[in-house]
Design a protein around this ligand. Structure first.
Ligand code: CDP
Length: 230
C-alpha cells in the first residue's frame, strides 16, 4: 500500500461543513472524495418513489436487491449519484428526501449495504470520506479521523445559503427543524449512531472559514503522511 494514500474520515452533524471541507482536502491531496450522505439520500429517494416505508423490511430487502447505488465523477470532476443507471443528483437534496433520510438510514439492512459499498470504495486508501459513522464503523482504523461540529444557528445559516443553487425553497425555521430532527434521529439510533470516535480530533467550525478548517485538516494529514513515509 502506498503510504501517501491515507484514509481520512470526516464525521459530524448536518451542516457542520463536512462535504465542502472534505472535497477541498481531497482536491489538495488528489484523493477521491466520497460523500456517504449522498448514498443514504439516494436509497431514500428510491424508496420514496416506490412508496416503501422504512419499517417494511420485505420491501426494503427487495429494493436493495434490485437497486445499485453508485457515485461517479463527470468530466469536470464533480461527484454525481446514481440509482441504477439514473443520475439522481438533482433530487437527493429535496425537502422530501431531507425529511425522510434519517428514518431510512436507521434501518440496519440499509446501513449494512451502504457500508459494504463504502469499504470497497475506500480499500485502496487515498480517500476522504464524510458521513456519520466513518471513523467509528466504516473505517475504524482510518489514519486520520476528524469530527466537525458547529452551532445549530451557524449550520442552519450555511444550509439556507446553499438552497437557491439547488432550487429548493425552505424557510429558516424549516431548515432549523430539519437539522434538529435529523441530529436527534442520527444520534439516537441503535445501529451506528452519529458519535465522535474516541480517537477523532474535534474541530468547531462555527467561526472558521472553509479555507481555515481545510488547512487544519491538511496540516494534520501531512504530519501523518510524513510519519508513515519515514
Ligand atoms: O449534508 P448533511 O450533513 O445535511 O447530510 P448528509 O451528509 O447528506 O446526510 C444525510 C443523512 O444521511 C444524515 O442525516 C444521516 O441520516 C444519513 N447518513 C448516515 O446515516 N450515515 C452516513 N455515513 C452519512 C449520512
Amino acid at each position: 500500500m502506498d503510504e501517501r494514500k491515507i484514509i481520512i474520515a470526516i464525521d459530524g452533524p448536518a451542516g457542520s461543513g463536512k462535504s465542502t471541507t472534505a472535497r477541498c482536502v481531497a482536491q489538495h491531496f488528489k484523493y477521491v472524495y466520497i460523500d456517504t450522505g449522498a448514498m443514504y439520500r439516494a436509497i431514500t429517494f428510491a424508496a420514496l418513489r416506490f412508496n416503501i416505508y422504512p419499517d417494511n423490511h420485505e420491501k426494503i430487502n427487495e429494493l436493495l436487491e434490485t437497486t445499485s447505488i453508485s457515485l461517479k465523477r463527470n468530466e469536470t470532476g464533480e461527484q454525481r449519484t446514481f440509482v441504477n443507471e439514473e443520475d439522481v443528483t438533482p433530487h437527493i437534496r429535496s425537502k422530501e428526501v431531507s425529511e425522510n433520510v434519517s428514518y431510512f438510514s436507521s434501518v440496519s439492512r440499509i446501513r449494512e449495504a451502504m457500508v459494504e459499498i463504502q469499504r470497497k470504495l475506500g480499500q485502496k486508501g487515498g480517500i476522504v470520506m464524510d458521513g456519520r459513522d466513518i471513523g467509528t464503523v466504516v473505517f475504524p482504523n482510518a489514519d486520520l479521523k476528524i469530527f466537525l461540529v458547529a452551532s445549530l444557528e451557524q449550520r442552519a445559516k450555511r444550509r439556507i445559503a446553499e438552497l437557491p443553487a439547488q432550487s429548493i425553497v425552505m424557510s429558516f425555521d424549516e431548515v432549523v427543524e430539519n437539522i434538529r430532527q435529523r441530529d436527534l434521529l442520527d444520534s439516537s439510533r441503535d445501529h451506528s449512531p452519529l458519535m465522535k470516535a474516541s480517537d477523532a480530533i474535534e474541530i468547531d467550525t462555527s467561526y472558521l472559514t472553509i479555507e481555515e478548517q481545510t488547512e487544519k485538516i491538511i496540516v494534520l494529514a501531512e504530519n501523518i503522511i510524513r510519519r508513515k513515509s519515514l
